[in-house]
Design a protein around this ligand. Structure first.
Ligand code: MN
Length: 197
């Protein structure tokens, strides 16, 4: 028999007759995807998600990604999400889990760069071990990023850091200068009010 479905937690927290979020049906793709969703829930944050073994491994990044290798961004692990979620951009109704507006801030494909002693480490194993490096090919974000787990007093957290490569650009702050959706070109406010571009 199959083990527990990795999406059980995601589904348990949602009433799909109320929220427009997907229950999750799509199967893995040949080119693994990543997505960064700007989510104005109780607080504004950016959900960073990587396709790993048919689900989106997810972290909430309060400040969003940086293109400056000197900036370490806190990334708090959250529930696995279905692959369909990579296209999700809408308003999660009041009273529902994660209520608030979601905007697809960036998306694309990624390559695994994780190595240990010269050998590639698979993405699922890399996440389990607490260190994964990836090359992102988004519309806004490109280049290498490392996610590394560390212990805190309360449990675990991760840091998302831009790798020092040709795509690093300490002078830029894309979160501030590129606020719009890569899917609809809308802002969070426009999605919230149901307006088109
Ligand atoms: Mn979120």
């Amino acid at each position: 028999m199959a083990g527990p479905d990795p999406l059980d937690k995601y589904r348990e927290k949602r009433d799909f007759s109320r929220t427009p979020e997907p229950p999750g049906e799509r199967k893995a793709t040949s080119h693994p995807v990543f997505v960064i969703q700007k989510h104005h829930a109780t607080t504004l944050h950016y959900d960073f998600r990587l396709e790993v073994d048919g689900v989106l491994k997810s972290w909430a990044v309060p400040k969003g990604p940086s293109v400056d290798p000197k900036e370490k961004r806190l990334a708090v692990p959250t529930d696995d999400h279905p692959l369909d979620y990579a296209d999700f951009e809408d308003v999660i109704p009041a009273g529902s889990y994660g209520a608030g507006t979601v905007l697809v801030w960036d998306r694309g494909t990624y390559r695994n760069l994780t190595r240990k002693e010269g050998r590639e480490v698979g993405v699922a194993e890399a996440v389990r071990r607490g260190h994964i490096s990836v090359w992102l090919e988004g519309e806004k974000i490109r280049g290498g990023y490392a996610l590394t787990r560390f212990r805190t007093g309360k449990g675990e957290a991760w840091l998302l850091v831009k790798m020092d490569d040709t795509e690093a650009d300490p002078g830029q702050n894309l979160v501030a200068t590129e606020p719009r959706s890569v899917v609809s070109n809308r802002t969070l406010e426009e999605i919230a009010s149901g307006r088109d571009e």
